[in-house]
Every structure is written in C-alpha cells, then in structure tokens.
Design a protein around this ligand. Sequence first.
Ligand code: NAG
Ligand code: NAG
Ligand code: NAG
Ligand code: NAG
Ligand code: NAG
Ligand code: NAG
Ligand code: NAG
Length: 465
Amino acid sequence: MFILVLIASIISLINAAAIVSRSQSYPSSQPAVLGPKTRLTIGNKVIAPDGFERSATLVDGVFPGPLIAAQKGDDFAIEVVNELQDESMFMSTSVHWHGLYQNGTNYADGASSVTQCPIAQNHSSLHTFSAPNQAGTYWYHSHYSVQYCDGLRGPLVIYDPHDPLAHMYDIDDASTVVTLSDWYHTVATVLRYVIGHNASSSLINGLGRYDGGPMSALAVITVEQGKRYRMRLISMSCDPNFQFSIDGHNLTVIEADGELTEPLLVDQLQIFAGQRYSVVLAADKPVDNYWIRNLPNTANASYEGGTNSAILRYKGAPEVEPATVNTAPTNSLAETNLHTLINPGAPGIPEYGKADINLNLEVSVVDGIFYVNNVTFKPPTVPVLLQILSGAQEPSQLLSNGSVIVLEANKVVELTFSTTGLGALHPRWKNFIDRLTTEWNGYTIYVSYIVFRIITQSMTNLSPL
Ligand SMILES: *[C@@H]1O[C@H](CO)[C@@H](O)[C@H](O)[C@H]1NC(C)=O
Ligand SMILES: *[C@@H]1O[C@H](CO)[C@@H](O)[C@H](O)[C@H]1NC(C)=O
Ligand SMILES: *[C@@H]1O[C@H](CO)[C@@H](O)[C@H](O)[C@H]1NC(C)=O
Ligand SMILES: *[C@@H]1O[C@H](CO)[C@@H](O)[C@H](O)[C@H]1NC(C)=O
Ligand SMILES: *[C@@H]1O[C@H](CO)[C@@H](O)[C@H](O)[C@H]1NC(C)=O
Ligand SMILES: *[C@@H]1O[C@H](CO)[C@@H](O)[C@H](O)[C@H]1NC(C)=O
Ligand SMILES: *[C@@H]1O[C@H](CO)[C@@H](O)[C@H](O)[C@H]1NC(C)=O
C-alpha cells in the first residue's frame, strides 16, 4: 500500500481553508457538544436507530458520536477510553480524526497497527495534536478493522471566526451538522467476511427506517423561514454512496472536504464514504414539512415508508410527515464544476509531465482485487509499527515489493492516476481518490484519470518515539 508513504508526503502541502460559526445557540435537543480537549468513552450499548435492536459500539453511548467542535488554531487533546465489553464485537479500538493532517504528530493519527497499537480493553490513549490552518467539516471514526460499521463514528468541525464565506449564511452550529450513514443489523466482525453485504438501512443524524421495519422516528431538522443555514453534510458510510437532496430547495455548495469552494448551486449531490460538503440552504419556501432524501446505491433502495429520509420542518409547520414529492434532479453536482475559493496553485512548472518526479499509477481491478501498477496490497505479517520498533529503517522495508514508492524529499511530484476495468464512479475507487483529495486541495478530477502535484518534505527517517 504505497499510500502510506505518499500520504505522509502529501501532508506537506496544506493551504489555509476557512470556515465558520455564526451562531452558538446549540439547541437543547442536540446531544452534548465536546470541545477539542475532551474524552471519548468507547463502550457497548443496545440501540435501535432504525427500529431494530442490536448491540453497538458507541462513543459516550450515542450514535452518531457527539460533535467535537473546535475553533481554527485550537490544540486538541482527546483521550480515548476503551470500555468495550461485548465479546460479539471487536474488543480493541482506535480513533482516527479524518482529514486532519497530523503534521509531525503521526502518533496521534489513530491508525491502529500503523501509527499506534490498538487500544486494548480497559486502556486509554491520549491524542494530542494541532491542526494549524485547517478549518471545515471533518469526522472521527474507529480505525480498527471495520469497527466503525458497528457505530464508532462522529462529526468533528473546526469553525473559522473569519470565514470568507460567512456572509452567505446565518446559522452554523450543532443543529446544522447532518450525518449520513449506512446501518447494519449484522455485527462488523461478521460483515468483514461478506463481500458486497447490503446495508440494512441508512440513517440521517442517527435515525432511519429499514424495509419492512416499524415506523421508527425520523430525524427532524428545524429551520426558520427567512434564515440561511450552513448544513454540514458528512458521509460516515462504510460502503454505499448517497444521493442527497431536499424537496423544493436548492443547495449551494461552499465547502468540500475541508476546502472552501466557489459557491455552486445544485439540486442534488452524490456523497461518497468519508466525504463532506457544506451546503447553504435558504429557508425561503412556504412554512411546511419537506422530505430530506438520501438514497444509497444499494439494491432496491427507495423512499418507501420513509426509508432513506428525514424531515425538514419550518418553524410553525405541523408536526407531521411531509407530503412533498420527489422530482428528478436537473442540476446535480458535477465535481468537475467545483473550484477552490482560494487557489493554492500547482507547484513547479505548471505543465503535464514537468515535475521533478513524474509517476503514473495505473489502478485496475481483477476478480474483485484492486491493483496499482499490477501490485496488490498484502498486509505485512508484522504490523508496521512493530517493524519500526524492531529496527526497520527504510519505508521500502515495511510492505511487500511494489507497495511502497519512496520519494526524495523537497521535490515536486506529479501523480497521474488512471483506471482500467472499473467504472469511474466505483465507490472504492472514488474513496481512493477521496483519500488523496482529502489531504490536498487544488485537485482536478477527470473522468478516467487525475493528476496531482505535491511537494515532498523531509520524512525519510523512521524511528520509534
Ligand atoms: C509541518 O511542520 C513543519 C515543522 O513544524 C513545518 O516546517 C511545515 O511547514 C509544516 N507543513 C505544513 C504543510 O504545514
Ligand atoms: C476490564 O474491566 C472489566 C470491568 O471491570 C472486567 O470485567 C474485565 O475483565 C476487564 N478486562 C480486562 C482484559 O482486564
Ligand atoms: C446485495 O444485493 C445485491 C443486488 O441485489 C445482491 O446481488 C447481493 O447478493 C446482496 N448481497 C448480500 C450479501 O446479500
Ligand atoms: C433552483 O435554482 C434554479 C436555477 O437558479 C431555479 O431555476 C429554480 O427555480 C430553483 N429552485 C428552487 C426550488 O428554488
Ligand atoms: C430487488 O427487487 C427485486 C424485484 O422486486 C427482487 O427480485 C430482488 O430480490 C430484490 N433484491 C433485494 C436485494 O432485495
Ligand atoms: C500490468 O500488466 C499488464 C498485463 O500484463 C501490462 O500490459 C501493463 O503494462 C502492466 N502495467 C504496469 C504499470 O506494469
Ligand atoms: C521488486 O520488484 C521489482 C520490479 O518488479 C523487481 O525488479 C525487483 O527484483 C523486486 N525485488 C524483490 C526483492 O523481489
């Protein structure tokens, strides 16, 4: 998995993003909001977010986990405490802060067996890090096997008091964080062996319904006519992507994955696992109830019986389910139309193939196995961290041949990704792109290939803490 070394290098190119809080009025119906210096207690609890009871792996007993809210420039100190008890699920854990660069603090990144040992039962780990120049919508999740599918996922927002787009909205607080997730009636310890397992339901802010299930409570997002809301959409999906829309309303995209964008009006957007978008919703329609729609790409997904849905309720509207109808989108988000608000500029000579190092990475899939330049990832028999503790000195020693590409420091590197044998929108390929776009702003996505420019920074020595 060459990503390991590349990601470490990609960390070097970060330009400021900017985002905001205009309203600090957290409604009392919202779960507790945690600050950047806090504790997350990981435990088990039986919950029924879609009406089906199952034991889950949760942060502080809730799904999704509580919002961690910070201001731009804040230092983080988050203690993760493992109080897991349910032996039908994973008993170890780790928590990753998705999208934060961890420049110089890899040990706080939460990637179990890579940058830290998993946190064992009845143990805890303190994650101290900063996120200078980062602001926007992020999330945290278990990074221990596929544990996050059992519930260990939550939002993390870094507000920017000087957001250049603050004039576009009036409200941006815990009530405008919208989490989108798939949910399973099977525990992740079993799921991990089932390729193509279909999610049982999808949840919006932790509530939903499943096919053939009870009329379980749906999430209600309350707005006041005349106000503009910065909705921070976060896909905490394990697998499916979602088509998100709100009946009768346009949405203006202003942020993608922690980068401000030039405002772009859409009537629907597709959001893949790990992605985040901030969209401005103007509550300028008649006082009423409107369906919020979040269709997963799983077989036979529909809005039947209120599945894959939540409610947008204007203050003053009756407490009933909406009667609005779904209309086909005419202006879906095309990611190629998204442009960063502040263009960081590609480093080096801005011409194709003119970087110091020009790499072609050909992604293919054969019999369900993914390859990069004809090499597939094979997990090392000894975790990377232990290899380093045991004296590994060179990144190329950590993984099997072909899975590590070592880059010289302080060079401009051009990466060209091309795909063969898989659709451009395959969720895993899209996730793969997202892993990189998350780490780097100023990207361009073409239908079948993408070109990145990065600058490497000194990161050559591996040494234990
Ligand atoms: C990462 O940290 C180093 C050392 O503090 C600093 O020189 C470098 O500019 C930082 N990189 C980014 C992208 O912020
Ligand atoms: C963790 O603590 C619980 C509760 O005190 C106890 O039942 C369990 O045996 C402990 N587990 C380990 C591995 O020490
Ligand atoms: C998921 O749905 C697809 C499409 O209907 C089906 O082919 C597949 O067998 C399902 N997977 C599982 C594990 O049930
Ligand atoms: C959405 O925006 C389009 C383009 O500006 C406009 O024609 C349409 O009426 C808007 N729809 C709603 C529901 O406001
Ligand atoms: C989808 O619907 C079709 C037609 O009703 C049915 O045959 C099929 O079993 C369904 N697939 C799943 C995964 O529910
Ligand atoms: C991968 O293998 C195919 C088929 O053997 C070959 O045509 C292609 O050049 C190889 N690609 C790389 C990057 O080695
Ligand atoms: C690693 O792969 C390269 C290119 O495929 C090959 O030339 C080299 O001999 C391999 N090294 C080892 C140790 O297998």
